[in-house]
Design a binder for this molecule. Structure first.
Ligand SMILES: Cc1ncc(COP(=O)(O)O)c(C=O)c1O
Length: 487
């Protein structure tokens, strides 16, 4: 008898034992199918579970369920959306599944995003499909909105959770905060700062870039002079430019803005920093913080996350022209975010319900888990120091120039120059053969001269995984194999 057939489940089984049986088999497809089965064997006194007039009750149609092979649909009877919605609240998922599910063996993803995702987060993403207006989904969305304020330390802000990638955050900033011909001062430390400027231009804004050479930060005196010369509607900062691993000193920048041009809005790209770098949005005076799901937040790609300060919302409300977009318009999204936070549903465009379940799980761990947010940031600082020291001990150089190396480098990633005589083919495929994925260089001036290591999220916060040990050990092996000798 096949394994799948051997867990043929009788109606008398409880949900938990169904899930335990599948979890014991350590098979994602079977756990998923069993979990779905668990949702289907709710008692018939659950009013939401009644079959529509003239149809057989669900329970009668699913009195026994075989765990299906990967990719197969578990048989289930006709159900309307509200019946699933009522059954499948996040809290109704038994904790045994949460701790027992294990994702498939895979190469260790140590690029600066997407990153490794925890099993419980992946399992949340596999939640049965839910109506976005269902009473069980509403608090999941509402709490996620609230937890974003904690992660960004921004109690006064308005969060947004929208389907999209990090790039959508740039569009949100440009469409809602800028108007045609607005001047924007873009502080750039690499590819992503340059791209943000391109985005502003696409929306009719006038970006002026203050760019630093690869591996360093723009000069703050020069920045202050530019701010004095002309009125800028906004300043943009890339907290960590993922192409270089350079970390901006955000409070130092916002202090200059406050003293020289206090009306100028501060827009912070935190795609490669939120979750791995200390952030205090309110205290620092950031007006719009944009980020995404796939880096320090530790869930799969697909969510644009952002927070707007009260001043940013007022700027939006006082616009003289309509927002320069439809999907991006805060006019559409503000009522939706406020409704879900008030625990009522609202619709503008369908939210990615499964990703929001995953987000909820991850944010809950970040804000209420065993590791506090401040411990989390300290763990990232410690891991980063360890990686950077090991790189140095291996005789490798960071892309960051020496004057940035103390406090101008990211704690969630490291950009490393190839040693003399070696290049990408000597390192990256060899690492992949050993089960570790590193990222290539990305800066336009030197992309073939360095590679990038991501060290954020569970790879750092859960040291029992040994991910940092693994990458350092394998890198050393690869270097030896390539004939690299320490200087
Ligand atoms: C700093 C930064 N900003 C913006 C983006 C764009 O995000 P996405 O690729 O999710 O659209 C990235 C992507 O890596 C990034 O690192």
């Amino acid at each position: 008898m096949s394994v799948a057939a051997s867990i043929h489940i009788q109606r008398s089984n409880t949900s938990t034992s169904v899930l335990e049986a599948a979890a014991a088999l350590n098979d994602a497809a079977q756990v998923g199918a069993a979990r779905q089965a668990a949702y289907q064997v709710r008692p018939m006194n659950d009013t939401h579970n009644r079959a529509p007039e003239g149809q057989a009750p669900v329970e009668a149609l699913t009195s026994s369920v075989s765990a299906a092979p990967a990719g197969a649909q578990t048989q289930h009877g006709p159900r309307n959306v509200s019946s699933f919605a009522a059954d499948a609240s996040s809290d109704s998922a038994p904790s045994t599944t949460m701790s027992s599910f294990k994702q498939a063996e895979h190469k260790l993803l140590m690029i600066p995003g997407p990153i490794e995702v925890a099993d419980d987060v992946l399992l949340s993403n596999a939640h049965p499909s839910m109506a976005h207006v269902s009473p069980d989904f509403i608090p999941v969305f509402g709490e996620s909105i609230e937890m974003l304020r904690q992660v960004a330390d921004a109690p006064s802000s308005q969060p947004f959770i929208i389907a999209g990638s990090g790039t959508l955050g740039w569009d949100l900033a440009a469409a809602n905060l800028l108007e045609k011909d607005d001047d924007v001062l873009v502080l750039s430390t690499g590819y992503f700062g340059d791209s943000f400027a391109e985005c502003i231009e696409a929306f009719g804004g006038k970006p002026k870039q203050l760019s630093a050479p690869a591996g360093s930060r723009p000069n703050l005196d020069e920045f202050a002079s530019l701010l004095k010369e002309k009125k800028y509607k906004a300043v943009t900062i890339t907290h960590v430019d993922t192409s270089t691993g350079i970390l901006m000193d955000v409070p130092a920048v916002t202090n200059v803005v406050k003293s020289v041009s206090p009306d100028t809005l501060v827009i912070l790209d935190g795609v490669c920093s939120v979750g791995s770098e200390e952030i205090h949005m309110d205290a620092w005076g950031v007006d719009f913080l944009l980020f995404a799901s796939q880096k320090g937040i530790g869930i799969p790609p697909g969510l644009s996350l952002s927070l707007a300060s009260p001043r940013a919302i007022q700027t939006f409300q006082k616009r003289s022209s309509p927002p320069a977009g439809f999907y991006t318009s805060w006019k559409k999204w503000l009522p939706v975010m406020k409704a879900y936070e008030g625990r009522t549903p609202a619709y503008f465009a369908t939210p990615p319900t499964n990703l929001i379940y995953a987000l909820h799980t991850s944010l809950k761990t970040m804000t209420q888990g065993q590791v506090s947010l401040s411990q989390r940031f300290q763990m990232h600082r410690d891991a980063s120091k360890r990686v950077k020291k090991a790189i140095q001990d291996m005789g490798l150089e960071q892309l960051a120039l020496p004057d940035s190396r103390e406090d101008g480098v990211a704690n969630g990633m490291t950009a490393v120059r190839y040693p003399k005589g070696l290049s990408a083919p000597d390192i990256l495929p060899k690492m992949a053969q050993r089960g570790v994925v590193f990222g290539p260089g990305l800066h336009k001036d030197c992309k073939n001269e360095y590679f990038r290591i991501g060290h954020m999220g569970i790879s750092v916060v859960d040291p029992s995984r040994g991910d940092i040990d693994t990458i350092l050990k394998k890198l050393e092996e690869v270097l030896v194999e390539a004939g690299h000798k320490r200087a």
